[in-house]
Design a protein around this ligand. Structure first.
Ligand code: CP
Ligand code: NVA
Length: 306
């Protein structure tokens, strides 16, 4: 099991559409228990930002594969004292088999990847959150049987999660609509990349109108209004994002069988109401569980587990 052996995953666009389907297929098999892979390798976690799901799901996945995990807390390693990434990367490369990094600047991931020979995984940056979207697509596939022809509407800040969703949906044959306030829309480079991947087969739409975007959607998705590193902007963003709240009124515009996703952690009564996240259309707990299955499939593919 190693179609991606030795590769990096810095962006969802590092995968081809076929490779994405293979990971999703393997994730479903691992979840069902119809495949059992073993891989006695060492995963390093280097997280410059907080994490519950990504940290624990990567760790659990690696232990279930028979491997080991090292938590490289930046505060107790030399990285927070200014050791260059180029040096850290070449040293960690000698000890570890694979390294998942959560950081701010995408360029730091690229520097790690250029100096380390082992696979580098983006465990969230300000630009993207590819591992999250593997689990999101798995959850959608479980809910609807097939991804083809679905429409996902993301309502909120057009940053990391929205970017990876746009790329992942375009790659998986899912129409994607992003509704964000002006000045908080996805980066034009990502919109262009997603549009090129979709190649006219599915729609890639960015709008400021959450109601129009939600119309007939099969998946309604949101994320926090102030991401990690933007805590001081949280208060001032509330009035700007208020019209983009995922609530029962907005959900009314979606397809009757629509599901609601949120990458978590959630701020209830901000980007999503309690009634919706706890309601019958919410799939957020399955979505969180799938982080472990999807990342196990990713680890197995990058490491060549058998
Ligand atoms: N969704 C997600 O990445 O959660 P954590 O920040 O808890 O890892
Ligand atoms: N956009 C959020 C996602 C958290 C999983 C953040 O970057 O903080």
């Amino acid at each position: 099991m190693g179609p991606l052996k030795g590769r990096d995953l810095l962006s969802l666009a590092d995968l081809t559409a076929d490779e994405l389907q293979e990971i999703l297929h393997l994730a479903a098999q691992l979840k069902a228990g119809t495949v059992n892979l073993k891989c006695q390798k060492i995963l390093g976690l280097l997280f410059y930002k907080a994490s519950t799901r990504t940290r624990v799901s990567f760790s659990a996945a690696m232990y279930q594969l028979g491997g080991q995990v090292l938590d490289l807390n930046p505060n107790v390693t030399q990285v927070s004292r200014g050791e260059p990434i180029a040096d850290t990367a070449r040293v960690l490369d000698r000890y570890l088999d694979i390294l998942a990094i959560r950081t701010f600047d995408q360029r730091d991931l690229e520097t790690f990847a250029s100096y380390a020979r082992i696979p580098i995984i983006n465990a969230l940056s300000d630009l993207e959150h590819p591992c999250q979207v593997l689990a999101d697509l798995q959850t959608m596939q479980e809910s609807f049987g097939s991804l083809n022809g679905l429409t996902l509407t993301y309502v909120g800040d057009g940053n990391n999660v929205a970017h990876s969703l746009m790329l992942g949906c375009a790659m998986a044959g899912v129409n994607v609509r992003v509704a964000s306030p002006p000045n908080y829309q996805p980066l034009e480079t990502i919109v262009e990349q997603a549009t090129a991947i979709a190649d006219g087969r599915t729609e890639v739409i960015v709008t400021t109108d959450p109601v129009a975007a939600a119309k007939g959607a099969h998946v309604l998705y949101t994320d926090v209004w102030a991401s990690m590193g933007q805590e001081d902007l949280a208060e001032s963003r509330i009035p700007i994002f208020q019209p983009y709240q995922v609530n029962e009124a907005l959900l009314e515009h979606a397809d009757k069988a629509a599901i609601v996703l949120h990458c978590l952690p959630a701020h209830r009564e901000e980007e999503i109401t309690n009634a919706v996240i706890e309601g019958p259309q919410s799939r957020v707990w399955d979505q969180a569980e799938n982080r472990m299955h999807a990342q196990k499939a990713l680890l197995a593919s990058l490491l060549g587990a058998e």
